[in-house]
Design a binder for this molecule. Structure first.
Ligand SMILES: [Zn+2]
Length: 73
């Protein structure tokens, strides 16, 4: 089966969307990013690179598991 090709307008408008919560560099809408429910001091939603968030998630999981290891059934 041939996959249908979507024909988007080939206009790539790169807009700066804000700074990454983790690494602090500014992101553009073409980056892979996530938006948090929390807001910063300007009332804007906090955003982060997807990659940075994944890295931070892993860190938290590792820290959590340092002291105690939970045994699931
Ligand atoms: Zn980042």
């Amino acid at each position: 089966m041939a996959a249908k090709k979507k024909t988007w307008n080939k206009v790539n408008i790169v807009t700066e969307i804000g700074k990454c919560r983790y690494c602090g560099s500014s992101m553009v809408n073409t980056d892979s990013f996530v938006v948090f429910l929390s807001t910063d001091k300007n009332g804007d939603r906090e955003k982060a690179h997807y990659a940075c968030m994944v890295k931070d998630d892993y860190k938290q999981i590792i820290n959590k598991n340092k002291g105690e290891i939970q045994h699931g059934k």
